[in-house]
Design a protein. Structure first.
Length: 145
């Protein structure tokens, strides 16, 4: 099973989701693969935002080695589940679609972008994503696909 989280910049929301899910999977002994990327190119090659690194660190998740990547069309075949972190991410994802069947793997969730705010927004975002990841794991384990 290969799971991909996609946000806009790949420096805030999707790196949190990747780190949280990986930690939870490790605790459960699951060997699925999890990755993240972003629809825009502005932060490609960058580390995660310092506020992202800080909130993850507070929760025992080390994402200091994260390097932002941009979504590419081959990701549609590479991953089993592609999770867009917000509606605008899904809209930007359309640019990479070459066959509408690719969208069958895509789910949209809705997390506010914490980028413009302070550390509290990142703390809130982390908690919401962690709760979501519990539900996602339950669903994936129930479907085993
Ligand atoms: P993210 O947050 O999509 O959660 O990584 C953003 C970070 C940077 C930008 C947009 C969203 N940006 O446009 O620079």
């Amino acid at each position: 099973m290969k799971i991909l989280f996609t946000c806009l910049g790949n420096i805030c929301r999707s790196p949190i989701a990747e780190g949280v899910l990986r930690k939870k999977m490790k605790a459960m002994g699951l060997t699925w693969q999890v990755a993240s990327n972003g629809t825009n190119r502005y932060h490609k090659g960058d580390a995660a935002d310092q506020r992202t690194i800080a909130v993850c660190h507070d929760h025992g998740v080390d994402i200091r080695s994260h390097i932002a990547r941009r979504f590419k069309t081959t990701d549609f075949s590479e991953y089993d589940h592609i999770i867009c972190m917000a509606e605008d991410v899904f809209i930007e994802l359309q640019e990479f679609v070459t066959d509408k069947n690719q969208l069958q793997k895509v789910q949209i969730i809705s997390f506010n972008d914490p980028w413009y705010g302070g550390q509290e927004g990142f703390d809130e975002c982390y908690r919401a994503i962690a709760t979501y990841c519990d539900t996602l794991l339950e669903e994936l384990l129930a479907n085993k696909n």
